[in-house]
Design a protein around this ligand. Structure first.
Ligand SMILES: [Zn+2]
Length: 130
């Protein structure tokens, strides 16, 4: 990929709370950086460095690909809807709307401790989300 922000993961970020006792730092990662084996996340408060091990990097890289595929299909998904039955009848929820709600929590293990990552994804094109 050439110029700056790729369509693949632009805007996809992860954050997690620093593991240092008493530190309230929030470490924020750009998902597109994590595939780099030399990538380290650093706590903005206590400056603790977190290296991502290979399996974690692999998971996050696949997560990035998943988001990228969803992005590729945005125009298709934009015309599709999920029907949900409710008391008064049926509601159609556009997939595109669901995509904007792909803000999720994933729990991964780092150094033997479970960490909750908060993942959030910005829609690449707000036009889709009328
Ligand atoms: Zn910290």
């Amino acid at each position: 990929m050439s110029s700056g922000e790729t369509a693949a993961s632009g805007g996809a970020k992860l954050d997690f709370n620093c593991l240092t006792d008493g530190c309230e730092g929030l470490i924020v990662l750009d998902l597109e950086n994590v595939a780099d084996p030399d990538f380290q996340a650093v706590c903005p408060v206590c400056h603790r460095a977190y290296a991502l091990d290979e399996s974690l990097r692999d998971k996050l890289t696949r997560m990035m690909k998943l988001i990228s595929h969803l992005r590729d299909c945005e125009d298709i998904l934009g015309c599709s809807a999920v029907s949900v039955s409710v008391a008064g009848g049926e509601v159609k929820i556009p997939y595109a709307l669901l995509l904007t709600r792909l803000n999720t929590m994933i729990t991964l293990e780092i150094a033997g401790r479970k960490i909750d990552f908060h993942l959030w994804v910005k829609p690449s094109n707000s036009q889709v989300f009328r």
